[in-house]
Design a protein around this ligand. Sequence first.
Ligand code: C2E
Ligand code: MG
Ligand code: MG
Length: 392
Amino acid sequence: MSSKKLLIVDDEIGFARFVEGVAEDLEFDISLTCDPTEFGALYSNNIDIIVLDLFMPDTDGIELLRFLSDNNSTASVVLMSGKDVGVLHSAQELATEHGITVLGTLQKPFRAHELKNVLLQYTPSSPAPVGSTDNNEMPSLNEFRQAIKQEELFMCYQPQIAIASREVVGVEALVRWKHPTKGIIPPNYFIPLAEKNELIADVTYYSVRTAIRQQGLWRKKGKNLRVSINMSPKVLDDLDMPEKMSICSTEMGADIAKIMIEVTETVIMSDVARYMDILARMRMKGFGLSIDDFGTGYSSLQQLVRVPFTELKIDQAFIRKLTTDKECHTITRISILLAHELGMSVVAEGIETESEWNVLTELGCDEGQGFWMGKPMPAEEVETWIASWSSG
Ligand code: C2E
Ligand code: MG
Ligand code: MG
């Protein structure tokens, strides 16, 4: 088996040799340069890992990251710097945004075992780009068209829990596709497909009707759970949507005050004026309005105040790093303060551990949703799940 190729770029020769020594122990095939201007000459597309110093004379590490991105490099990088961790963190974010895999960041000076641990993270299989659909495993558009007609879509519901009281207050309705041979297909695959091919209205009407009917059914059984529904931007252009949803709720015996419409932050902020009309009218009919995946878009305070949101959902990316990354902790804390100041309730999404739950309790977050408490499940399982959660 040919050994993995590693390139070291650091203007300090002593440090470059130290990195080389560690990499040799791990049997890498190493090239090394202390002159960043040589980088272009040494770089080739079959390099697996690049260990990069961010601060060098003439060329800095950021420029080299841009070079890698421009060359569609599949190499993973390890970023090093003698400056503060904030710089490393920003460089890491930048690299990730450019589609570069960052194996780890190391603040100089570091120890051999720290570098070793980072290098051992390397796995050669570079994942397929997100959203690529030339995957033979994935069903085709035609199959999806059929799926809608043949009622292969179904809804799952993930519990949302009040953090202080541990009471189950609501569920988020999440659509699934049960493919006859390929199993359960996730929405991240078929929602974009539906949006591109004028099928999103069909999917949305299915989700909306099913979720509203389910709210009505639970309500009749004396469990007036709040049900959150994801709304694609494509259907927010349908000016009759508030009226249709309101009529549907009355027909199904659902409690409008317990229906929450979720719209992602990126979508809303892309064109606030356009969506304002329909969202304001939804609110006037009595539906709740939730801003989903908060923190991934770029809302200005002014925009946030203008849209009558009642709930803010902190994106999972921040919760995932809540206990390990100071910046994510800060963003979460400030988002909670901001939401409360604006009179919104806050849901943290993607809670996977008890320690995340504990930090969110300290931060005064209102509600949580995540695998640690409960995964999305079919409607029939929700009541049993609530009973076991409440007794646990
Ligand atoms: P979303 O609205 O942000 O939904 C939350 C997603 O996070 C769900 O994925 C859920 O299963 C997942 N999740 C929840 N807790 C955890 C956790 O602790 N760890 C991890 N790793 N994941 C967690 P799902 O069901 O695959 O949905 C993905 C996205 O698809 C949703 O993101 C939403 O934007 C969209 N979507 C789902 N259902 C519908 C629908 O009926 N209509 C529309 N338009 N979009 C939908
Ligand atoms: Mg959502
Ligand atoms: Mg979300």
